[in-house]
Each structure stands twice: as C-alpha cells, then as structure tokens.
Write a protein that binds this ligand. Structure first.
Ligand code: DGY
Length: 325
C-alpha cells in the first residue's frame, strides 16, 4: 500500500478510488491548508493530489521525500507546479485536461454575455432597489451576432469557446502557435491572425492560453498590458477565464477608466482571491470567484481523472494526462 496525500477536500468519488488500493490522508476542509501543515502532511507520500492553490516547488518536493512518484494536480492549469523541479526530482506531474473543457467554455461564454448585455449591472439595479423602468434606450448592450471574437489560445477550451461563438453568429479569429483543428476552423471559417490583428479587430478578446511565468519562453504574464489594451477597439470587451496574471490588472483598470475599452468579464484575478479595488465599483465589469470548472459533474470528473493518474503511476504505468511543457 502506498501513502497518498490529498492537500484539500476533493469529491468522494476520487478519494474512494484511491482508498480502494492505498492508504489515503486528505486535508478534509475547503479552506486551504497552511504551507507549514502541508509540508508536514506530505512527508513520506508516494503520491500527492494537489489543487491550484498548492505551490509545488523544490521545497515541496524535498519535504515529500525521495519516494514521491507523482503529483496529480486536480486542475488543467498547472502554473502552480514547477515542472522542471518535478523532472529533477524524478516525479511525474499530471493535470486534468478535457474533462473541464465544456464547463469552462460555458463560464467564459456566460461572462461574455453578462458583460456585453450588461446582465450583471441589470441584476445589481434590481437587488439594490434602484428605481428603474423599461425604456427604449435603457441599459442597451452590444449584440453578439455579426461581431468578431478574438480567441487567444486555441487549445481545447479556446476551441469550445469558438464553437459557442459561431453558434451565436460571431466571426472567429484566433492566435495560437498551431492552426486550429480543421474540423472546427471551417464553416464558418476561424481565421488565425497575429496578436496585433486580433486586438485591433475583435469585439471580444477571450483569453484561453496557459499562464507561462515571466522570464520563460513564450511567457503570457501580462500579455494583456497597457499596450495591448490600447490596441483594442474602444467598443471591445476582454474576457478572462484562464489565469489572472495574464492581464495586468492595474493597466486594465486604467484602460476602463480612460474609456479605452468597453468592459471586462473576469473569472480569475492577478492576486487571487484579492481583487483590484478599482474593479469592484465598476458597472462595466463582471466578476466571478474563479468558477470556471465549478459544476458537480466536472469537479467529480476532475477528481476521478487525478485519482486515475496517481493510481497509474503508482502501478508503474503511464498516466492518462501527464503535463506537457
Ligand atoms: C483549472 O483546472 O485550471 C481551473 O482553473 C480550475 O477551475
């Protein structure tokens, strides 16, 4: 029996799969475990299941010990994991792609609808008991049909967002190192463009790329900075369901204040869970508390996939979804 540690509460289905074969200890709380307690708890573990709130670096891997074989992240994003450090320690790192694609694209699409049609603002009017009346020009938003969405990062979630956008009559442009799957890119055509063209033409810029830290090749840290925001149309919106630090939040607040763009829909934040004060009072911004993959079905599927990955490595097999740099 191997020692498996889970650093935060995850759905029972995943835990039970691990318990059927191994000795499992879970930090059974929805509050994040402190670093100190975490480093203590993982000591001697053969497999560790982590959430995106857990920083997996040299300190973490050293604390676990040389017997550690696998870190299975219960998230598709793995910017919390130092993959090079894992390789150095001979530890396999895995993530949970595919199972959360549609749910996260739903969140991104919901944000886009909410901000362009001013649904968040409208809801606040009712809840705050602000007087209102139907009016021909009352709270008009931007319709999506015939507009252009600019998808930054045409991986699985970007493609799922493109599919939704097409169904709503939008034109799709995208940036990615690779061409989009031809089956998705045709009818109506999704056009691959460079970032400058995307920023200049999109009515909604939707972010679906991974967060690649500053200083690393292909870094996406502050990809949407003051310069990028200035290149966008004054009538355009930015939607972020990927990772907060892809947007320079201070620059975003300034761009909104100066009317350089029309609004933003954000599910993720630069210093999560803190949110830039300048965003909180703005009606042209929709804010969600990182709900991208938050459905019962998806979180269960994520826990099960992470469990399968850990079990595979412990049994000497290849995991289904190792992280790839
Ligand atoms: C992920 O899996 O990376 C998501 O952000 C979690 O919701």
């Amino acid at each position: 029996m191997a020692k498996v540690v889970i650093t935060n509460r995850i759905p029972r289905e995943g835990v039970e799969m691990l318990e059927a074969e191994h000795d499992v200890t879970m930090w059974d709380s929805e509050d994040c475990i402190s670093r100190e307690k975490c480093l203590h708890m993982i000591t001697g573990a053969d497999a560790i299941l982590t959430l995106l709130t857990e920083k997996v670096d040299d300190e973490f891997l050293d604390a676990a010990g040389d017997q550690l074989k696998v870190v299975a992240n219960v998230a598709v994003g793995f910017n919390n994991i130092d993959v090079a450090a894992c390789e150095k320690h001979g530890v396999v790192a895995t993530n949970t792609p595919k199972v959360l694609t549609e749910t996260t694209a739903d969140t991104a699409f919901g944000l886009m609808l909410m901000v362009t049609r001013r649904f968040g603002e409208g809801e606040r009017v009712i809840r705050s008991k602000t007087p209102w009346q139907w009016g021909m020009f009352y709270m008009l938003g931007m319709g999506l049909q015939g507009k252009t969405i600019g998808i930054v990062g045409a991986g699985q979630i970007g493609i799922a967002m493109a599919r939704r956008a097409k169904a709503f009559g939008m034109d799709v442009v995208y940036t990615d190192a690779r061409e989009m799957d031809p089956a998705v890119a045709k009818e109506p055509a999704a056009r691959r463009v460079d970032m400058d063209e995307l920023l200049a033409t999109a009515d909604v810029v939707s972010l679906h790329c991974p967060l690649i830290p500053e200083g690393q090749e292909g870094s996406t840290f502050h990809l949407i900075d003051a310069d990028a925001l200035e290149k966008m149309k004054k009538t355009a919106y930015v939607v972020n369901s990927a990772r907060g630090p892809i947007i320079d939040e201070a620059a975003l607040v300034e761009a909104l204040e100066n009317g350089e763009i029309a609004g933003a829909g954000l599910d993720v934040f630069e210093n999560e869970p803190a949110v830039h004060e300048g965003l909180l009072e703005r009606d042209d911004v929709v804010l969600l508390p990182h709900l991208g993959s938050a459905t019962v079905e998806t979180r269960t599927a994520m826990a099960e996939l992470a469990a399968r990955n850990a079990l595979a490595v412990l049994a000497g097999r290849s995991p289904e979804t190792p992280v790839t740099k």
